[in-house]
Each structure stands twice: as C-alpha cells, then as structure tokens.
Design a protein around this ligand. Structure first.
Ligand code: SF4
Length: 65
C-alpha cells in the first residue's frame, strides 16, 4: 500500500512522525518527508494507518493505486 500526502492540508504538526517515526519525518523547514518512501510493507500497515488516522488535518491517506 502507498501513503499519499495532501500537501495543501499538511501543516507540519508532526503527529504522524510521533506515531510512526520510521515513515514520517518533518524536516527543518517544516515539510513532511516520507523517509522510507511511499510504499508500506504489510508488516507496517497497522502502524502507518494509525498515523494516518491521527493527523489532525486529514492530510494523509492511502493511495488508490
Ligand atoms: S500529522 Fe498531518 S499535518 Fe501533521 S505533519 Fe503529519 S501529515 Fe502533516
């Protein structure tokens, strides 16, 4: 599965990083980076899903493709 970021919504709060630091990192400029890429292995889907649901701006989702 792939992570999708709506850059227009993300404000760099970093809730996602707090929950899933192996996948999300807010850089020094406040821009969210997918540090392991957008592809998520089955073993990490639950953790990333939790991060997606925790985003207060609803900026994260699973990509349909
Ligand atoms: S929790 Fe949401 S708004 Fe905050 S950095 Fe992550 S994606 Fe962006």
């Amino acid at each position: 599965m792939k992570i999708q970021i709506d850059r227009g919504r993300c404000t760099g709060i970093g809730m996602c990083e707090a929950i899933s630091p192996d996948y999300f990192e807010v850089d020094d400029d406040g821009v969210l980076q997918l540090i392991a890429g957008e592809e998520v292995p089955e073993t990490a889907v639950d953790e990333v899903n939790e991060a997606i649901r925790a985003c207060p701006k609803a900026a994260l989702s699973w990509s349909a493709s």
